[in-house]
Design a protein around this ligand. Structure first.
Ligand code: FAD
Length: 435
């Protein structure tokens, strides 16, 4: 079978309006929104919301179908096909949902990575709900993202003492049998879209808490906290190095009561394979790490293209047909930037295509995240370096891209943590054997 590297026509078509938004809505506001950290990209949100609602609706319907089938003991994939990859009428059907998504995110992040993060939708919160939620929970929590005013979903896992080490989560969930509620107490930090979800829309945050500290990961459970729930308080919004248009909130949970039915998965504390809630939500990283990689690549492409085009105006051309020793140092740097960019993109496409094809992609998903995180920080620094004063001054966006880059090497597992995952999978070590 031949390998096809061309972007499918159907994706190209869907990318056209996204490119227009990236160029004409995001870029013109990039500097202003970076300067005014807590301002909102209102125009972008309004333009994206109709499209996001459609996407949310399609995802919800697919998730509901899966949940109903699972309840009946049958199984159906995200795209409505049965597990043999055939559509229900017997025709082979290529699933391009995630490939389309990463192309869109790459393009939006080329426009502005901070603004892209303000996109309305269920986001990471929705991913956790879809991973382990029942049909009733899908309907109750996710229908809102298909109608009405823009809304945001978020996920709050990180705490001051629990970043990479998620097993150290201190937020507690205690069951109150008299009211049939879970009572959450603790502190969450660095929650992307936390304020938008809890205070500025009728959204929700999936909060991770432990029902039994002595049980470690097995005791950790996800709870849905809806906007307006008493005791869920936005303590502050961060002021950050980069992606400054993005809302990053600290949340205090002070006797925050949620109905028993807001627990995702079951309440039983089970380790190993039985702990479906934790494992299921962790599996969502296999789908979301390529998304972070795509965002990194969007920033890297912006920095690379700007550097290439600016230097071209000064007579420094890209040269592909000469040996390296015949190139100037700057030309060699430009070639290396482009090569690294493409390597990261190809890894991301591979991880994503495997996801669409329902193949296990944990290794590829962590690999592309590591590579893209490194590539974007390196390319954006090179851009500032090669552009000289123009790169360092706020006259252009080069310095901003350099600041926006780093987060991609931090969230959804740092570069080091994803490297550990890759090493474990390649070498066959367990989490305890290699940490
Ligand atoms: C802007 C922003 C948005 C975020 N959004 C969210 C969100 O929406 N929801 C959420 O839950 N979290 C979010 N996070 C948190 C993010 O996931 C964490 O910052 C990340 O997991 C790292 O945790 P930490 O910052 O506590 O660093 P630490 O875990 O303290 O790590 C510090 C350093 O040590 C390294 N390190 C740690 N353990 C190891 C090891 N075993 N081997 C080698 N090196 C190691 C790390 O790689 C890192 O370089 C966000 C963070 C930021 C900055």
């Amino acid at each position: 079978m031949s390998i096809e590297f061309k972007t499918p026509e159907i994706i190209e078509k869907q990318l056209q309006p996204v490119r227009v938004i990236a160029e004409n809505v995001m870029r013109p506001e990039s500097r202003t929104l970076d300067d005014h950290e807590h301002a909102r990209p209102v125009k972008f949100v309004q333009m994206m919301w109709p499209q996001m609602q459609q996407m949310e609706l399609a995802n919800l319907e697919a998730a509901l179908k899966r949940a109903h089938k699972a309840q009946n003991g049958d199984s159906v994939n995200n795209n409505g096909t049965q597990n043999n990859g055939q559509s229900t009428n017997g025709e082979a059907k290529a699933n391009l949902a995630n490939l389309t998504l990463v192309h869109m995110i790459e393009m939006l992040s080329w426009g502005d990575a901070g603004v892209y993060l303000c996109i309305p939708g269920s986001a990471l919160g929705g991913a956790a709900i879809k991973a382990v939620g029942s049909a009733e929970q899908l309907e109750r929590f996710l229908r809102r993202f298909t109608e009405g005013e823009p809304k945001w979903g978020a996920m709050a896992m990180t705490e001051p003492q629990a970043g990479s080490d998620t097993s150290n989560i201190q937020t507690t969930a205690t069951f109150d049998a008299t009211t049939n509620e879970w009572v959450l107490n603790g502190q969450k930090i660095f929650c992307t879209c936390g304020k938008l979800a809890l205070e500025e829309s009728d959204g929700l945050v999936v909060v991770w808490a432990t029902v039994d500290k002595s049980a470690g990961r097995a005791g950790m459970k996800p709870f849905v906290v809806e906007a307006g729930t008493p005791g869920a308080i936005i303590a502050k919004v961060e002021e950050k190095l980069g992606i400054r248009a993005s809302d990053t909130a600290a949340i205090i949970l002070d006797n925050c009561r949620v109905p028993a039915e807001n627990l995702l998965g079951d309440a039983e504390v089970q380790s190993g394979r039985g702990n479906k809630g934790f494992k299921g939500a962790m599996k969502t990283f296999d789908a979301t790490r390529p998304i972070v990689a795509a965002s990194a690549i969007g920033i890297a492409r912006a920095a690379f293209e700007f550097t290439r085009d600016t230097l071209a105006k000064q007579g420094v051309a890209m040269v592909y047909d000469k040996p390296r020793w015949k190139l100037s140092a700057v030309q060699a740097d430009l070639l290396e930037m482009e090569a690294q960019l493409k390597a990261a993109w190809l890894l991301t496409l591979k991880a994503t295509a495997m996801l669409d094809d329902r193949q296990e992609n944990q290794l590829e998903s962590s690999m592309c995240k590591v590579k893209a995180g490194k590539v974007v920080t390196w390319i954006s620094q090179k851009a500032v370096e090669l552009l000289g004063p123009l790169g360092y001054s706020t006259q252009t966006l080069a310095e901003k891209w350099m600041r926006d880059a780093k987060i991609n090497d931090i969230y959804e597992g740092t570069g080091q943590i994803n490297t550990l995952i890759v090493a474990r999978l390649i070498l066959g070590y367990s989490r305890t054997e290699l940490k």
